[in-house]
Design a binder for this molecule. Structure first.
Ligand code: AMP
Length: 300
């Protein structure tokens, strides 16, 4: 098992969906990714919270073995994101993104983390993702996620980042926005031309594709009885994906394909609860059970 360094947002989320409104739920790309990855490997979280971040949340992360040495507490308010979902939960709009303490954050990677072999640059300003990479010595694998906001307002930094990333994980709509292409085969080719050697395109309820030059692999999403809240599904996917690679300490294609299935399993648990409340209950036996159910789904 190899350690994973995770950087990204640590947030309060206010969520609106057909079930109602849920103010100030624990969230953030780094939190979802760390919770998922911590089932499979050892996680080092780097980020910032305000002095309003509850002790109960840091205690929950610590209990999962997540190393919080790199989680800074700054005077001010924690990042706050507010989103509204359509009634069918297939799309959402960001109503509010308050960076708060993230606006001034300069990540400082603790010396003991500088040699982290696996790095997850979860969704946050691309400049911060670059600054983290600048402080890491020869990682084995760097995975990055991003979103429409940064494609809109920070494209040059995002393009600089992508030249230094091994795996880009991105949803289909954002992949189209980033490349200006529509057809998936053209989209993946354009994404690979930006730098990553592997691209994962997420399609929500339709699963995820993994592409490398000359390689295409698809895993479905798990057909669930109940979907309550998709927030964090993408980050849980990324955490499960990288957690599995770190656990196996291997980045060969068969392991990458398996990691897509493990990531999909983690994402499927995430959407069964509001915020991370289902994800935090999940154990390795649940993950193994769902991975076996995935295998059953696609065996001809
Ligand atoms: P996901 O549903 O996996 O795409 O990610 C949801 C998480 O992303 C939420 O918990 C938010 O706090 C976080 N988030 C939303 N907007 C941003 C942003 N601009 N930068 C970083 N994290 C964000």
């Amino acid at each position: 098992m190899s350690p994973i360094l995770v950087v990204g947002s640590v947030a309060f989320d206010t969520l609106h969906n057909a079930q109602g409104s849920f103010p100030r739920v624990l969230g953030g790309s780094a939190v979802y990714a760390s919770i998922a990855a911590s089932l499979l490997s050892q996680v080092r979280l780097v980020g910032v919270v305000g002095d309003d971040y509850p002790e109960s949340a840091t205690a929950m992360l610590r209990e999962r073995g997540i190393d919080l040495t790199g989680l800074e507490v700054s005077p001010g308010e924690t990042f706050h994101w507010e989103g509204r979902y359509t009634d069918d939960l297939t799309s959402r709009e960001s109503i509010r993104t308050e960076l708060n303490v993230f606006a001034e954050f300069q990540p400082k990677i603790p010396a003991a983390f500088a040699e982290s072999p696996f790095v997850m640059l979860a969704n946050i300003q691309p400049e911060l993702q670059i600054s983290v990479l600048d402080q890491i010595r020869s990682p084995k694998l760097v995975v990055a996620d991003t979103m429409n906001l940064w494609i809109d307002i920070a494209r040059p930094a995002l393009e600089r980042l992508l030249k230094r990333v091994d795996v880009l994980i991105i949803n289909e709509e954002e992949a189209r926005q980033l490349t200006g292409r529509h057809h998936l085969v053209e989209v993946q080719r354009a994404l690979l031309a930006l730098g990553p050697t592997t691209v994962i395109v997420k399609q929500g309820e339709y699963g995820a594709w993994l592409f490398q030059p000359g390689v295409a692999f698809h895993a479905p999403a798990f057909p669930l009885e109940t979907v309550l809240d998709p927030t964090g599904a993408g980050d849980s996917f990324a955490g499960g994906f990288l957690g599995y690679l770190a656990r196996e300490n291997d980045i060969s294609l068969p392991t990458l394909r398996r990691a897509v299935v493990v990531g999909s399993a983690l994402a499927s648990f995430c959407v069964e609860g509001i915020g991370p409340n289902r994800l935090v209950e999940v154990g390795m036996a649940d993950v193994n059970g769902r991975v076996a159910a995935f295998d059953e789904l696609v065996r001809a």
